[in-house]
Ligand binder design. Structure first.
Ligand code: SF4
Ligand code: SF4
Length: 114
């Protein structure tokens, strides 16, 4: 099992999840070939679940619980293993924006998930 970052992370890359990961398996794209969000390596994730409650945008799901609207994100996350030359390890940025509940809801609606 692995965990998956969904499109809800896009434009909201606050990296709050990164500090919780014991194996540093969050990656970010280095160029413009991939969406500007974080990616979890399915090869490296140890299925601990520590990142999920840390995500203020509720963007992280276990792979068997990814909402249908985000199903393509399972394969997308795996790109950080398959195309590692276009990714680098994500680092935690302590200047994180804490979204309001209204912002979290609006972001979900923007991506067709509510
Ligand atoms: S489930 Fe655990 S190992 Fe996997 S990405 Fe989240 S914090 Fe890292
Ligand atoms: S905490 Fe959530 S929204 Fe923030 S970078 Fe991590 S996955 Fe993306």
């Amino acid at each position: 099992m692995t965990w998956v970052v969904t499109q809800l992370c896009k434009d909201n890359v606050d990296t709050a999840c990164v500090a919780e990961c014991p194996v540093d398996c969050f990656y970010k794209p280095t160029g413009d070939d991939y969406s500007k969000m974080l990616y979890i390596s399915p090869d490296e994730c140890i299925d601990c679940g520590a990142c999920e409650p840390a995500c203020p945008w509720e963007a992280i799901f276990q792979d068997d619980s990814v909402p249908e609207v985000f199903s393509d994100d399972i394969e997308l996350n795996a790109k950080c293993d398959e195309d590692r030359d276009n990714f680098e390890t994500a680092e935690n940025d302590p200047d994180t924006h804490k979204p309001s509940p209204e912002e979290v809801t609006a972001n979900k609606e923007k991506h067709g998930y509510s």
